[in-house]
Design a protein around this ligand. Structure first.
Ligand code: CMP
Length: 137
């Protein structure tokens, strides 16, 4: 079994899509190993997205991610990393396939509803950033 790290971003939480997204996660066979609602500070968002610190969108991204509550989760299933990325759809909702979460709930490349780790190393690193062992069940 593989684990991945996921976020329901502030746009989707504010729009009231959390329940629909969580329902979809469970219907697609993911087990929710950990979940909590948090309001990231700008500093937390900057640390989390440090890999993008030199990108032109870094300030907008970290301002958006600290603009309201998010839901952070650890999801488990076989091929969790790839399957969660497939369920999310393309980063830009305009390019996301029908049936994906970003197509249904994303507005644009900045407000794209959900995040997911891209590899086992980043999944472990992102998980550690937000969760202690005692929070994983
Ligand atoms: P996410 O999967 O959370 O990872 C980084 C985020 O940066 C991405 O989703 C987008 O919401 C945001 N972003 C904004 N502009 C870009 C861009 N040009 N390329 C990639 N990601 C971008």
């Amino acid at each position: 079994m593989e684990k991945t790290f996921a976020i329901i971003k502030p746009d989707a939480v504010a729009a009231g899509y959390s329940g629909k997204i969580i329902d979809r996660i469970e219907k697609e066979g993911f087990k929710i190993v950990a979940m909590k609602k948090i309001w990231m500070t700008k500093k937390m968002a900057e640390g989390f997205y440090a890999v993008h610190k030199d990108k032109p969108f870094f300030n907008d991204l970290t301002t958006f991610m600290s603009s309201g509550p998010s839901i952070v989760m650890i999801l488990e299933k076989e091929n969790a990393i790839a399957d969660w990325r497939k369920l999310m759809g393309a980063t830009n909702p305009a390019n996301a396939e029908e049936g994906t979460l970003r197509k249904e709930f994303g507005k644009n490349i900045d407000n794209n509803a959900v995040h997911g780790s891209d590899a086992p190393e980043t999944a472990a690193q992102e998980t550690r950033y937000f969760f202690a062992d005692i929070e994983m069940v």
